[in-house]
Design a protein around this ligand. Sequence first.
Ligand code: VGL
Ligand code: ZN
Length: 241
Amino acid sequence: MHRRTLVKSAAALGLAGGFGSVSLSAFAQAKVKPNAKSALIVVDVQNCFIDGGTLPVKGGAEVVPVINKLADSFENIVVTQDWHTAGHASFASTHAGKKPFETTKLSYGTQVLWPDHCVQGTEDAALNKDLKLPTAQVIIRKGFHKNVDSYSAFEEADRKTSTGLAGYLKQRGINTVFVTGLATDFCVAWTALDARKLGFQVYVIEDATRAIDLNGSLAAAWKQMSAKGVKRIQSSDIVAA
Ligand code: VGL
Ligand code: ZN
C-alpha cells in the first residue's frame, strides 16, 4: 500500500493522531469501511436459489452467514427478490420445445431460459429463513412483468423499465453500494454493472456470493465488472473473519 493511501485510510478510520498501538491490526481487519452513504444490497437470497429450490446455485446457502455478519456494518440494507409470474417469459416451459439453460430471442434480445423458479407468493420465492436482516429497510421485487426478465435490481432486461431503486438510493443520499447474494454471474453482476452506470461506487463482496457459471459466465462477469470499475473485495476486508 502506498503511503498516501495509508494515511488517508487512517484518517477514514479515525485513527489519525496517536493511536499507534492499534493501527496495524485495525488496517488488517477493516480495509473498507461502509458509512452512512453506503448500502448493502442483498440479491435474491431466496429458497429458489438454494439447495432444495428450483434453480439451486452451488454453495448458495454458504452466503447466508456471511451476509448476516456483514449486516452489522451497514446502516442501510436493501434486499431483492426475484419475483416472477407463473408462465414467465424467462421460463423454458413457456416456450414450446425449449429446455432449461437454452436461449431464445425475446423482444429485447437474447434470453437464457431457466427452470420455472421464484414464482410470486410461493415458498420457493421466499427469502431463505436463515437470512437474518432485521434492519433491512426495503425489499425490491423484480422480474414481475410477464414478458420481461430482470436480473438487475435497477433496470429490467428491456433496458428501459426502472425498478425505482436508483431513485430510492439517491433520494436517501446513498452513493456507494456493496453487492452480495445470488448469483454472482447473473443478478449480482447485472446489479453491480447498472449501479456503476448510474454513478454509484460499487463493491462486490466475493465470498458473500455464489455463481451459476453457465458456459464461462462467471469469468466473463468478473472481467466486465472489473472493466467498469467494480471493486472486488472479501467480507474480511470489512469485518474480522
Ligand atoms: C437469477 C437466473 C434467473 C439470479 C435470477 O438471481 O441470479 N438467475 N433468475
Ligand atoms: Zn429469475
